[in-house]
Every structure is written in C-alpha cells, then in structure tokens.
Write a protein that binds this ligand. Structure first.
Ligand SMILES: *Cc1c(COP(=O)(O)O)cnc(C)c1O
Length: 408
C-alpha cells in the first residue's frame, strides 16, 4: 500500500520487506478465474449461509478445512421506524453482534486459523482491544489451536471472560492497545508465533470484506448508496471497501457505495487527518480516550486502507461524542431490537450526525454496520439507559406497587 510493489504469497508473510510495519499489503485476485468459479446464480443455489459461500473470493485453498463455528450469514434488518425518526426512507442494520463470539472480528479471525495452519505455526497470537482476541480465542478453541493474547488491562470484563473461558493465555498489558500491539509484534517475532494483528496481517481485511458481499447479496445485488462503519484501526472499513471493489471488478454491482467512517471524538485520528488533508504515514499518534473501547486507537494500524476506502468511495469521516454513543445504545435497541456495544452503536450515532450535517439525503438507501453485541459491555449499556432516564422499579410483591410503577 506504500510503494505499490507486488509479491507472490510465498515471498512474504505479513508486511512489505521494504517498508516494515507500515508496509501493509493488499491481496490481489485474478477476477477472471473467480468469475469462472462463482456467479450470483451459483450463489443463489448454494445452501451454505456462512462466509465460506464466497470461498473462491478468499485467500484460502478451495479444499482447506474450515472451523466448525458458523461465521458470517448475519441478518440485515430493515429499520423503518429508525429511518422515519431521522427523516429517511431506507435504512438497514447489519447485525454482526450475531457472530459466534458476538462481534464482527470473527470474520477475520477465522481466516487467521486457516493461514496459521498453512504456515505450520504452533501458536497464534494477537493484540486486541478485546473483540479480535475473543474471536481468535473462540475460533481457535473450536479446532484446538493454542493462542496467546495481549489486551489492555482496561478491556471490558466480558471480553476478558471470553478469553479465559476459551482457554487463551491472556496477558493483560499495563498500557494502551497501542502498547499491547507493539509488545505482541515483538513477542511473535521472538517466539515464532503466527501473528493475527490488525493492520499488519494482510489477510484480516479479506475476511472482513465478506460483509460487503452479504449486504449486496441480501439487497439482491442492488448496492446501497451509503454504508456507515465504526472505525478504530480502520481494518473493517478497509475490508468493506475491498469487498465492494471485488464486486465492482466482477460486475455484480454497478456502483460503489459511499463509505462513512465513524470515529469517537476522543479517538479521531483518521477523521482529523481527513479534515486537515494530512498524510497518515507521517501524522504522529494521538492520545485515544473513549467509552467505545473497540474503536479506541491512538495510531490506527490500518490507516492507509481506511483512508483509501473513504477517498475512493467519495465518502467522509464523522465524529460522535461519548454521550452520543451511549445514548445511541438504547435508541438503536428500541428502534430495531438490535443490542449493540458502544463501538457498534457509534455507527448509528454517526448516521444521526451525518443527517445533521446533510451528508445523506432522504431517498438514499443506507446500511448501518452494527459490529458487536451489547452484552460485550453491560456497564456502558447501563450508562446509556441512565442517560435516557430509563430505570427499573423496585416493587414489593403486591399489585398496589405494580400500579404505582405503571402510573409513574
Ligand atoms: C474492532 C471493532 C471496530 C473497529 O474496527 P477497526 O478495524 O479497528 O476499525 C468496531 N466495532 C467493534 C465492535 C469492533 O470490535
């Protein structure tokens, strides 16, 4: 992505040798060969609902054995009440809280399992704000692969509980996600582990791109006009773009949706770079601080792909406050029945913001990507409920108390 040089898959494992950790690679495909292996018609006849229905579009061997957990195939819900509340006509919510470990990261981690096996590695490692680690630990557990995980000590309890439950060796790093990331790269190198790190391992955005295939297929290959994506490291939005790019190359969709990257005000590296026209290769890290832990990134590791996604799709970045994020949790839940963690609800908060800024118009077909389950961070969900004044009533076991609660 930095110099434009190309390598064959057996020449390099992670990054461009000339550009070190900044030299994130992009996987290149032979679309003519793919078009002979898979078409919208063969897909329509394929009963497999998981992301493996798109195997010819993924960087794995056609006969590679896949883990048993079902990744992908998440629902795309139309949300007419939510749309009407914003003066819009067509809004859908893609609910990736419904993945096996309850976040979008399963789409990437499942690819890491196959690539680690291919490499013959005995251990897989990753640094993570929590979800990528939980995804890796869960998918590894499904096939009995050992994992070593680096997360910031501040990660929400539920995510740490997932890691321990899946049997990962968990290292709580006293520092930020950025510190955990650097330490993990060092350790992987020192101990010869397979490295799943976001914005380093080029195959992770390839798993993530499958969400775009699903959205377009679920909409009958009539691409939406706009997609809202929460952005931390930028790997998801880079993957969303890549998936749409593939579909354009194959001629299965006829236009590129605008991608709107949503960042927290306290973790706005990419939004700031976008606004100021800064070069993300030289822009220094910021201090990231937000309630939406999954999008807290002082130096977004996949910043080149994220910037490309927004630029090439004529999209934009918007930022939302932590309060707007917390309020978005109950609002999205009450309008759609989808319970999102803070980073996921940020995408919906970003849609609200974009409406205020006039970035979307009433007739446009809009998809909001909900990337993780609300059960991942119950403490934040409680804060969101409190902000909207919602509270439970304490009642004695008497009808009189029930009446009082109903009259309140
Ligand atoms: C990781 C994550 C994001 C952000 O993805 P990036 O690739 O870091 O930009 C958003 N939401 C949730 C729930 C996540 O786990």
């Amino acid at each position: 992505m930095v110099c434009g040089k190309t390598y064959s898959p057996d020449e390099v494992t992670y990054v461009c040798p000339d550009h070190g950790n900044e030299g994130i690679l992009d996987v290149v495909y032979d679309y003519d060969a793919i078009a002979r292996a898979i078409t919208p018609e063969t897909l329509a006849a394929d009963p497999d609902p998981t992301l493996w229905r798109y195997k010819p579009l993924l960087p794995v061997a056609s006969d590679a054995a896949v883990p048993p957990l079902t990744v992908g195939g998440t629902p795309l819900y139309e949300a007419p009440r939510l749309a009407a509340g914003l003066g819009l006509k067509h809004v859908w919510v893609k609910d990736d809280g419904r993945e096996p470990t309850a976040s979008f990261k399963d789409r990437a981690s499942v690819i890491a399992i196959l690539k680690a096996r291919e490499a013959g590695a005995s251990v897989i490692t990753t640094a993570s704000t929590g979800n990528a680690a939980a995804a890796l630990a869960g998918l590894a557990a499904s096939v009995g692969y050992p994992t070593v995980i680096f997360v910031p000590a501040s990660a929400p309890q539920a995510k740490i509980a997932q890691l321990l439950t899946f049997g990962a060796r968990v290292l709580l790093v006293e520092g930020t996600y950025d510190d955990a990331f650097d330490l993990c790269l060092e350790a992987a190198d020192a101990f010869g582990w397979y490295n799943r790190n976001t914005g380093y391992n080029p195959y992770m955005s390839e798993g993530k791109k499958t969400v775009s295939y699903e959205i377009c297929e679920q909409l009958g290959w009539d691409a939406p006009d706009v997609i809202f994506v929460p952005v931390g490291d930028g790997c998801i939005i880079g993957g969303v773009y890549k998936g749409l790019y593939d579909l354009m190359q194959l001629g299965w969709i006829d236009r590129m949706p605008r991608l709107i990257g949503v960042q927290a005000e306290g973790s706005n590296y990419l939004a700031e770079a976008w606004e100021r026209g800064e070069d993300v290769l030289t822009k220094p890290p910021i201090q990231a601080r937000t309630v939406a832990d999954s999008i807290s990134a002082g130096l977004p590791r996949d910043r080149l792909k994220a910037m490309r996604a927004v630029r090439e799709s004529q999209g934009a970045f918007v930022t939302v406050s932590d309060e707007a994020i917390l309020r978005a949790i109950p609002e999205l839940a009450q309008m759609t029945g989808v319970f999102a963690e803070p980073a996921a609800a940020a995408a919906y908060a970003g849609l609200r913001r974009a409406v205020e800024l006039g970035l979307v118009s009433p007739e446009e077909r809009i998809v909001v990507l909900s990337t993780g389950s609300g059960l991942k961070d119950v403490a934040s969900a409680m804060k969101g409920a409190e902000l909207t004044g919602a509270q439970p009533y304490h009642v004695r076991p008497s009808l009189e108390d029930v009446r009082r609660a109903l009259d309140d």
